[in-house]
Design a protein around this ligand. Structure first.
Ligand SMILES: [Ca+2]
Ligand SMILES: [Ca+2]
Length: 201
């Protein structure tokens, strides 16, 4: 019996491994688990607000996506983050740990967004190993799913704010520990996010 259990777990491990590595990218977050205040680090300030939900009908991969309903007002800010070393510890729920990734094999990060052609601009920030935030911006100027591709060389250092403990050297230091989305003011709407992958070189 023990032997069968061992073989079954081995098979499961190989299956997960195969799914993670079968595509041209490395899937790091598919939002398949629960979406709550305990699993997503999100919030807003100075008048801006955001709520997150599980979405089971509109999804790009797997069975679920992350639904975001937001209102970004002038002077306000918000964030929707997943990854490690965040205030919400349960947001550290990637499919693979940052330190287990061979970052030198990858040239960027991509994700799927279900847009509504709102023309709103949306930030995608990554936080590097020294807590420095690097920024990429895309525009919701499409309807339905679109793959957004961000090469690491296209990120710029976030100028408006950095964490107090950030070591600011203007370089993306690996491993990246977390990512976060922020619809920029002014705008309101709904976005769905799914399938965050690293892009192979
Ligand atoms: Ca998914
Ligand atoms: Ca850095």
């Amino acid at each position: 019996m023990k032997r069968i259990l061992f073989l079954v777990s081995l098979f499961c491990l190989f299956s997960i491994e195969r799914d993670l590595f079968s595509q041209e990218g490395l899937l790091i977050d598919d939002f398949e688990g629960p979406i709550t205040k305990e699993t997503v680090d999100y919030g807003g300030g100075k008048g801006s607000s955001v709520e997150v939900f599980v979405e089971e009908d509109i999804k790009s991969s797997g069975n679920r996506s992350l639904k975001v309903i937001y209102e970004a007002v002038l002077g306000g800010y918000m964030w929707i983050a997943r990854g490690y070393d965040l205030d919400v510890k349960g947001a550290g729920d990637w499919l693979i740990l940052p330190e287990e990734i061979n970052w030198k094999d990858f040239k960027g990060i991509s994700f799927y967004v279900y847009g509504e052609d709102s023309k709103n601009r949306v930030v995608f920030d990554i936080k590097d190993s020294e807590n420095e935030m690097h920024r990429f911006i895309f525009k919701d100027d499409f309807s339905g799913w679109k793959k957004i591709t961000c090469d690491f060389e296209d990120f710029f250092v976030r100028a408006d704010w950095q964490p107090e403990n950030a070591e600011r050297n203007f370089i993306i230091d690996f491993p990246i520990k977390s990512f976060q989305f922020e619809p920029l003011p002014e705008g309101k709407g709904t976005l769905y996010l799914d399938c965050v992958e690293l892009i192979r070189k």
